[in-house]
Design a protein around this ligand. Structure first.
Ligand code: URA
Length: 436
């Protein structure tokens, strides 16, 4: 006999595993309004304490995925693969990665997010390009993926609506930090894109959602296990997010830097992160036999201009001014600058990505509530990284602001993010591990 909703909640409270049908019933009941928010909140807290098996997490992912529309990309030939980052500061990789991978013959349907909290969002960065639209119909999305090879849009109300409501409840019931709930939340949205494979960039460190390697690894392993059981090819790469990625933080500033990567001029860490994730995407798509071969292919499409051509076609197809691709300086960055300089000589020990991210949000580049607008032009250029030797008066960072007079607090915060000491800091590898 089918258990009632209260009995299912009680079963999870008591540590029992639920059947796939029970998990499905719960999500359907929640979506239809039969299950109240307070019942879902109780269930989420039970999951927080009792956890879920992989089978339950797969069932939860699939139930949330089917609470809305699953994009049908079956008319698009070839392997379709996306990349998802758990979020960080200065992470503009999607913007250069998508055209590079598409230029190697793999389709990249990418549904991205907006900035929230201290982390930036790909959509806000792309919208710094004049005319660029991230709100397209499903039919336009499929057409652009087919014709251009990649398309980057925002999550529509139709994609995994149960996740949206559940996430809002988790946010106010202290149940965000639960591995099965995070896994189902991320994968339900990504699998709704109609992809065949997914590469996850699980960030680790002060500027990341997961602050330590152990919890990031646990999340990455669960994402790979559950995604694989859901029938997709999934790889997760753990990458460092203790310091911001690259130099640029802020919307136009970051888009400009991502476009520089397509000219072979990006900062070494952004280039490396893009090549590592892109190589995994080409390998799971089967267009490269080895990771080394995949890397060579990506380097080549930058050198021969193919990646820039795909990006220009993508920007034009999404309504943007494609001249920015060859002339990234067309992207307007706020004209007033405020420099943060070293007050002591020594070696930079740390550049706290969280503080830089929070300063950037306070300047208007990000948002603290989902409905706030962002200022595309303000940002921070992080000019010194851990290990850099500095003298008194050397520039550590430059703020791009509207008004220098009101930027003192942000400048102080950016200055606080830098710690300068005597010895060389322990080197932090960009790539901490790969889970296949
Ligand atoms: N990102 C998501 O989309 N969901 C979570 O639960 C956490 C991070």
């Amino acid at each position: 006999m089918q258990r009632t909703l209260v009995e299912v909640i009680a079963a999870k409270r008591d540590g029992q595993a639920l059947s796939a049908e029970e998990v499905q019933h719960l999500i359907r009941a929640f979506s239809s309004g039969e299950m109240a928010d307070y019942q879902m909140a109780a269930f989420l807290m039970a999951v927080f304490f009792r956890g879920m098996t992989d089978a339950e997490t797969v069932a939860l992912t699939e139930a949330m995925l089917h609470s809305g529309r699953v994009l049908d990309l079956s008319s698009v030939a070839g392997f379709k693969v996306d990349k998802h980052s758990t979020g960080g500061v200065g992470d503009k990789v999607s913007i250069c990665l998508a055209p590079m991978v598409a230029a190697c013959g793999v389709r990249v349907p990418m549904v991205s997010g907006r900035g929230l909290g201290h982390t930036g969002g790909t959509l806000d960065k792309l919208e710094a390009i004049e005319g660029f639209s991230t709100i397209l119909s499903a039919a336009q999305f499929v057409k652009i993926v087919d014709e251009v090879g990649a398309c980057l849009i925002g999550q529509t109300a139709e994609i995994a609506p149960a996740d949206k409501r559940i996430y809002a409840l988790r946010d106010v019931t202290a149940t965000v930090e639960s591995i099965p709930l995070i896994v189902a939340s991320i994968l339900s949205k990504k699998l709704a894109e109609g992809i065949d494979g997914l590469v996850l960039d699980v960030k680790v460190g002060r500027g990341a959602f997961m602050k330590d390697e152990k919890s990031a690894r646990e999340l990455a392993e669960a994402l790979v296990r559950v995604g694989t059981r859901a029938g997709k090819k999934v790889v997760a790469v753990l990458t460092d997010m203790s310091a911001p990625l690259g130099v640029a933080v802020g919307n136009a500033n970051e888009t400009r830097e991502a476009l520089e990567v397509l000219h072979g001029r990006g900062p070494a860490d952004v280039v490396e992160c893009t090549l590592v994730l892109g190589s995994e995407m080409l390998a799971i798509a089967g267009v490269a036999r080895t990771i080394d071969e995949a890397r060579d292919m990506l380097v080549k499409v930058v050198a021969n201009g193919r990646a820039r051509a795909v990006m220009a076609a993508l920007v034009a197809a999404q309504g943007g001014d494609s001249r920015v691709v060859n002339e990234p300086d067309r992207l307007a960055v706020a004209p007033v600058t405020v420099d943060v300089v070293a007050k002591q000589a020594g070696i930079v020990q740390e550049v706290d990505a969280l503080e830089i991210g929070l300063a950037s949000v306070a300047m208007g580049a990000g948002r603290t509530r989902a409905d706030q607008p962002v200022d595309h032009q303000v940002g921070i250029s992080v000019l010194k990284k851990p290990g850099a030797v500095v003298q008194v008066g050397d520039m550590l960072a430059r703020l791009h602001v509207r008004d220098a007079a009101t930027s003192a607090e942000a400048a102080a915060r950016v200055a606080e993010a830098f710690s300068i000491g005597d010895g060389a800091p322990a080197p932090l590898p960009l790539v901490i591990g790969t889970i296949r």
